[in-house]
Design a protein around this ligand. Structure first.
Ligand code: FES
Length: 108
């Protein structure tokens, strides 16, 4: 079973599991602030479930590519939308700041 490290915890999930669902079921802080109540519930349209992922996940979906391609996101950020990702192996996840999780430190 893949292991997911996030916010000081490590959990396990089934391979192929939806990453957003896994994080929410474990009460891990996927959303920042008010985004926790006004997100799109996994449709891939709001962009607030954006995270940095180290490790194997599924290819970007069309809606994910679309949503990460306009502000406040930037397609070159390397972020992914948890709601569009299937877990394919061990992952290390980082949530960045801001409502959309797009405020990456050390970026100008
Ligand atoms: S929950 Fe809205 S884009 Fe993922």
């Amino acid at each position: 079973m893949p292991k997911i490290s996030f916010s000081g915890r490590t959990i396990e999930c089934s391979e192929g599991a939806n990453l957003r669902r896994v994080l929410l079921d474990a009460n891990l802080p996927l959303y920042n602030g008010v985004a926790g109540v006004i997100h799109c519930r996994g449709l891939g349209t709001c962009g607030t479930c954006a995270i940095e992922i180290e490790g194997p996940v599924s290819e970007m979906t069309k809606v994910e590519t679309w949503r990460l391609g306009f502000p406040p996101h930037r397609s070159e950020s390397g972020l992914r939308l948890a709601c569009q990702c299937k877990v394919l192996g061990d992952l290390k996840i980082t949530k960045h700041g801001g409502m959309w999780g797009n405020q990456i430190e050390n970026e100008s």
